[in-house]
Structure formats: structure tokens, C-alpha cells
Design a protein around this ligand. Structure first.
Ligand SMILES: NC(=O)c1ccc[n+]([C@@H]2O[C@H](COP(=O)([O-])OP(=O)(O)OC[C@H]3O[C@@H](n4cnc5c(N)ncnc54)[C@H](OP(=O)(O)O)[C@@H]3O)[C@@H](O)[C@H]2O)c1
Length: 259
């Protein structure tokens, strides 16, 4: 899209912190009119002050509020970024409410946002939809089964959507980050700066601005090129490999989570 982005309209969910805030900053700098969705709090207010974006302080699980805020706006770029990561624990210990919340924010909200924004893109036969999945959706780790499932479902939804959009000029891109230095893990690891100590202190993670750069790169590809699925990992992080996990009395599996 390049300079074509000036004056075009973008929607970013989960825009108040981390990756979402970085994307809002980058798209605003490029002259886009950016609509920013997050819970109505000081974090969102800070992003608005910094970028001049249009805030929609709401809970993405509230479909009526979402419809009232963005229904009727024609968006050129939609970044489905909002996500939650519940406390890292075995599935049988997950609170039922946490299961629902994770699926509602990570999956259902992205589908509803897509349903609300796609007609405008189809009318103009242009647009770019992004989905923030996770490498966890391809390689689940212990203690985050619901999170992994929500992301795997999001990846497959985006692939299915591409099938339905075949023949249009609407692009669909899924990003699957590994470890990005944000507040996502704060609550999941028990707060008190636990994420900083456990994940980032001695490790060079991907930064939110790096993910924003990847998104801008996908936007800048010629219109006939769609970067459909992109893994964004720290150089010193791998998933998979050939190790086999099994548990025995003498070698209990060390259970940990977190990508
Ligand atoms: N950080 C990583 O290592 C990593 C790795 C792979 C994938 N990802 C994915 O990247 C995306 C962004 O994560 P992040 O790391 O930037 O996390 P973050 O710093 O925790 O930001 C999450 C954003 O989502 C918003 N949000 C959460 N629940 C919401 C709700 N019900 N309604 C409206 N907004 C809501 C938050 O807003 P409030 O402040 O208003 O709650 C916040 O702006 C997520 O989908 C995450 O799963 C992250």
C-alpha cells in the first residue's frame, strides 16, 4: 500500500499496550486515521494523547458496544490484536470463567470484528485483515491449553476466511509471534514483575515495535502479494525440535509454560 495508506482508516484492537499500542503509533505516523479499541483506562488515554487516535473504550466481549462503536465505519486495515493469557496452570485447574473469557477475547471477538468490518472492505474490494495468533497455536506448551486452542482456532479461521474471499482484493495475514516483551504474561505468572524476571531479564525478546514493523511490511507488499502467515520469533528461541517428553517416577516432567 505504501503512501496509499495516508488518509486510510485502520482499526486496532487491544490498542492500549504492548503490540497494539506499537501498531497504533506506527500507523498513525504514516497518516492513517486509527480507531483504537481497548478497555477504557489510563493506558488507552495515554495512547490517544500520544497519537491522536480515535478511542473506543469498551470490552470486546460486548457485541452491542462493539457494533455501536465501529459498525458503519469503512476500514481499510483491521488488526485483530487483543488477547488475554490466563494464569499458567493445568487445564483441570482452569476456572470455567477463565476458559470462556480466553475464547471470547482471543477468538470470538476477532470473528465478530471481522463480521462487522468485512462488508465495507467488500464494497470497496480492498482491505487487509490481520490476526495476532501465536506460535503457541502451533506448538502448545504445558499449562496454557486454552490459550493455545484459541490461537490455533484463530489461525484456521483466517485460512478459511481467505478461502471465502478468493477472487477479492482483500488480504488476510496471520502473525504467530514467539516471545514479545509486553505485559501479557504479568498476570499469568502471578504479577509482581514475575514476567520480567522469568522471561525478559536475561533474554532478548522481540519488541512490540518489531511486530509493528512486520505488519507494516505486509501492508507495503504489492497488492497482488499477501503474506498469509508469519512466524515472528526471537532469534534465540525455537519451538519443536526432536526432544520427547515422557514422565517416569525417576524423571518427572518439569512443567512450565510460556512462549
Ligand atoms: N507478548 C507475547 O509474547 C505474545 C506472543 C504471541 C502472541 N501474542 C499475542 O499478541 C496480542 C497482543 O498481546 P500483547 O503481548 O501486546 O499483550 P498486552 O500487553 O497484555 O496487551 C493486550 C491488549 O489487549 C487488550 N484487551 C484484553 N482484553 C480485552 C477486552 N476484553 N476488551 C478490550 N481489550 C482487551 C488489553 O487492553 P486492556 O488494557 O484494556 O485490558 C491490551 O490493550 C495478543 O493477542 C497475544 O495473544 C503475544
Amino acid at each position: 500500500m505504501g503512501n496509499e495508506l495516508v488518509g486510510r482508516v485502520a482499526l486496532v484492537t487491544g490498542a492500549s499496550r504492548g503490540i497494539g499500542a506499537a501498531v497504533v503509533r506506527s500507523l498513525s505516523k504514516r497518516g492513517m486515521e486509527v480507531h483504537a479499541v481497548a478497555l477504557d483506562d489510563n493506558d488507552l488515554a495515554r495512547v490517544v494523547d500520544e497519537t491522536g487516535c480515535r478511542p473506543h473504550g469498551l470490552d470486546l466481549r460486548d457485541l452491542n458496544a462493539l457494533r455501536a462503536a465501529i459498525g458503519g465505519v469503512d476500514f481499510d486495515v483491521v488488526i485483530n490484536n487483543a488477547g488475554v493469557l490466563p494464569t499458567l496452570e493445568p487445564f483441570n485447574e482452569n476456572d470455567p470463567e477463565v476458559i470462556d473469557r480466553t475464547l471470547d477475547v482471543n477468538l470470538r471477538a476477532a470473528l465478530q470484528v471481522t463480521r462487522l468490518t468485512l462488508p465495507g472492505m467488500q464494497r470497496h474490494d480492498r482491505g487487509h485483515l490481520f490476526y495476532l495468533g501465536s506460535i503457541a497455536g502451533k506448538h502448545p506448551t504445558p499449562n496454557s491449553a486454552v490459550y493455545a486452542a484459541s490461537k490455533a482456532a484463530l489461525h484456521v479461521f483466517a485460512e478459511g476466511l481467505r478461502c471465502d474471499l478468493l477472487g477479492s482484493n482483500i488480504r488476510v495475514t496471520t502473525l504467530m509471534p514467539g516471545r514479545v516483551q509486553t505485559q501479557l504474561y504479568d498476570d499469568a505468572l502471578g504479577g509482581n514483575n514475575a514476567a520480567e524476571q522469568a522471561l525478559y531479564q536475561d533474554f532478548e525478546a522481540v519488541q512490540p515495535d518489531d511486530v509493528a514493523t512486520v505488519i507494516n511490511t505486509a501492508l507495503d507488499m504489492p497488492h497482488n502479494v499477501d503474506l498469509t502467515a508469519i512466524e515472528v520469533l526471537p532469534t534465540k528461541q525455537i519451538f519443536g525440535g526432536s526432544s520427547i517428553a515422557h514422565e517416569s517416577k525417576t524423571h518427572p516432567i518439569r512443567r512450565q509454560g510460556g512462549s
